[in-house]
Ligand binder design. Sequence first.
Ligand SMILES: Cc1ncc(COP(=O)(O)O)c(C=O)c1O
Length: 444
Amino acid sequence: MPKIASFSRRNFMKSAGVTALVGTLGAGNSQAASPQKMAKNGTFDFDTPYNRIGTNSSRWDSPAKRYPAGQFKYGMGVASMDFEAPPCITEAIAERCEHHTWGYMSSTESLVDAVVQWSGTRHGLDLDPKSVVLSTGVYPGVIAGLRTFAPPATKVLMLTPIYDGFFYHCRHTGVIPSESPMKRVNGRFEIDWEDLESRMTPDTHAMIVCNPQNPTGNVWTQEELLRIGRLCLEHKIVVLSDEIHSDIVRPGHRYIPFASLPDEAVVNNSVTFNAISKTFNMAGMKTAFLYSKNPTLLGRVVQNHRADLNTLGVTATEAAYRNGAPWFDQLLPYLDGNHSFVETYVRDNMPLVDYHRAEGTYLTWLDFSKAIQAIGAPQMALEKGYSSPEHYLQDWLVEHSGVYLNPGANYGPGGAGHMRMNLGSSRLIVKEAFDSMAAALRKA
Ligand SMILES: Cc1ncc(COP(=O)(O)O)c(C=O)c1O
């Protein structure tokens, strides 16, 4: 008997009807019961699918509830990865669990030190530990930033398509998103500088920068960031830089922390929000951080922010920073391989889909415009009351291929025609999901 009801995989499978995928993954092979078997002689196996079904996973278990008739098979939406975490994380948690007390913690200095070390070693960022504030997620950090710099009913600038969470932040804090759609130029999403600057009005007090950009995968260059930063400075707009995907960057690109830009005034006009949760797939551990080189800005944000950290999140996060690099250094090329696989696959097998090359993140942003027309999604969306053709396509893909993607319309202007797909899975699962979508679209 599982000790936690929600871990009863068999019950879950019965009620949610996702046996097809479980079959693919090897039903009952209870990987979760024997953690760390993926690590052999320092080599991590990202190829063998790791079954998360029935573990209260929003990526796998939420769509199964939404499609109770059992059509859903492949959870390729929510941005969490399917790989087993590195052993150092599980070991650190297990060791802490041996001491059976869970009272308030005395200090988190050691975790801050680990953040500073990682940011310096991997990204050349020189952080003063006093400028780093821990938080329970990037989400609450950005909300505190908005509360501080953007009074209700003022505008917050962002480049779209962008992470849909920012629209919730805006709603939550009563500010108005001011969206500057990017233009696709030679296959890359480029900033429309004229449009961006035209939106830097006196009632715009903050700009959210997403680097790398979710969902398009842009890894912003130093020149782009400097230009954004100088425009914001000139127009008295504070930069809130969300860098949660910073570690996941593809060869040929380099993540530039906003706070490392070679212009002190620009840097001092910014607050950055980050976490290692995407890097090591630890979003459920709810441990993140924010920092600013400008103590005045930081002090103001801190007045609107209170982190309630939890012991296991702190333990796990510090273990990842200090000991997780070997695992991550093997993961990164694997994710790059997934991106390359998808590029070739879409070109060779999916004439109704256009590929766009991501520079970072484990997300791919696919143009389904032709598929949307082929299945009559605009008309069907109107007739059936969907909020967009992409939302209709989302259901259509689940019905016809079992694959669950995120509709582009959720990501603001420029999202039309697109779907976001999560590639943070074993290649086998990625391939099966694509095979299934390609077969469905061939019949469209
Ligand atoms: C750009 C971006 N920011 C923030 C978040 C959420 O961060 P957290 O879980 O730390 O609140 C996500 C999650 O996908 C994201 O993609």
